[in-house]
Design a binder for this molecule. Structure first.
Ligand SMILES: Cc1cc2nc3c(=O)[nH]c(=O)nc-3n(C[C@H](O)[C@H](O)[C@H](O)COP(=O)(O)O)c2cc1C
Length: 224
């Protein structure tokens, strides 16, 4: 493979888990002498000039890797828009691979693999991309991308993701298939007592506080 295009689909842009995963992969690809660049989709959909720039980048790419968060079983708006743009363009994508890397907030990558990956598979087959495999990452907030942290700065938490990104580079270089893969970044002890109870308590409290700030009556029981 000569040319890899990375698309960052996070509405958070440069300060996102998608961006930190993408930056790390970009570094690995550069080390492996594979020409690559990353575009932020939220900046590529608003003017004809930017759309053309993105489509030109897709035209010369052999491999398109999309990094994006999970939004309610689906993709964020700007990714839907990119999919629509590619669909309408009727480009020849026959020899190009498409590989989505999707991260979610909760530690349940199966929400991605069961619900969302089929949507991306359908998109790929409708526009003519070859399926290049996929990576579903549960607990993506652990990578602290929204604070601008890079993978090498978050220690062990990034270990699982890094191993997979290295495998992806290996399969791009050797043109071997990368499988549909699920990874959880949240350590197992988060799911056991007492951490489980503590995390549930803290989460519930902060969700309630957020809802109250927006005027919701969080303890209302109207059907009692
Ligand atoms: C509108 C919205 C919907 C979301 N839906 C889900 C969801 O269904 N399941 C989940 O685990 N996380 C969900 N999340 C959390 C994001 O997937 C998570 O914060 C992710 O790490 C953000 O990645 P990014 O920094 O690359 O944008 C949602 C976030 C937003 C803003």
């Amino acid at each position: 493979m000569n040319n890899v295009l990375l698309l960052n689909g996070s509405p958070r842009g440069k300060k996102s888990t998608s961006a930190s995963l993408g930056n790390y992969l970009l570094g690995l690809l550069k080390e492996a002498n594979v020409e690559s660049k990353m575009l932020e989709t939220r900046n590529q959909i608003n003017t004809e000039e930017k759309i053309t720039e993105m489509l030109e980048a897709i035209k010369v790419a052999d491999f398109v890797i999309l990094f994006t968060p999970l939004y309610d079983d689906c993709q964020p708006y700007n990714v839907v828009k990119v999919q629509e743009i590619i669909f309408k363009q009727k480009m020849n994508l026959e020899n190009k691979f498409f590989l989505p890397i999707i991260n979610s907030g909760f530690g349940e990558p199966e929400q991605i693999s069961e619900g969302t990956i089929p949507i991306y598979k359908r998109f790929a087959s409708q526009v003519g991309f070859k399926w290049g495999g996929s990576l579903a990452i549960g607990g993506g907030e652990m990578l602290q991308g929204r604070y601008g942290k890079q993978l090498h700065e978050v220690g062990n938490m990034a270990k699982n993701a890094i191993v997979e990104l290295e495998k992806i580079v290996g399969s791009i270089k050797s043109e071997e298939e990368y499988p549909d893969t699920e990874k959880i970044l949240i350590p197992g002890y988060f799911y056991k007592w007492p951490m489980k109870n503590l995390v549930t308590y803290i989460n519930t409290r902060s969700w309630k506080k957020e809802a109250e700030k927006k005027g919701e009556k969080v303890d209302a029981r109207p059907f009692l």
